[in-house]
Design a protein around this ligand. Sequence first.
Ligand SMILES: [Zn+2]
Length: 189
Amino acid sequence: MGFSNLRIPKLCEFCEKPFEAKKVTARFCSKYCSEKSGKRQKQLAKEMEARQTLLEKSVSKIADIQTRPYISVSEAVTLFGISRDTIHRLIKSKKIPAINLGERLTRVSKIDIEKMFTAVEMPDKSKEIPEKPNFEVGNCYTISEISSKFYADPGTVTNLIKRNKIPTKKVGSFVYVPKNLIDKIFDGK
Ligand SMILES: [Zn+2]
């Protein structure tokens, strides 16, 4: 082709300065910008690859954890998204079996954590349904009624209601509380 008289105004893709291109396909103002851009592309590709490798590693790590009955505390953190503190507390209270293979080598039973974290969610859901407050007359206690029925002073009753997030309804100077929710608490004690 040789020389061309063509002059096309363009913006360099690397330094973003305007330049006059001799070819429609030109992307850079200079050899310098072209090389720099190539290096940057390679760098980006490398970073992408590193990120991809990291991702694949964590996927295969999780797959590997899934196959073992006993896992480390940090693996339990990865797998269940619960904190180290929670896990250590569960071990301490003997809620999940653990083996101590040495300093920082605690292994916990994966199945037991699994069971626990499904077991915790289930009753929570079933609790939410009957907790719809029923404020109809005859279905409610007043604070003083609870107080005399369960031999607790009104302050204690009020605290108990707050602590258990029991819904209440105020009518005049009386606070009405659904009977079933109160009975459930005192039954449980
Ligand atoms: Zn340039």
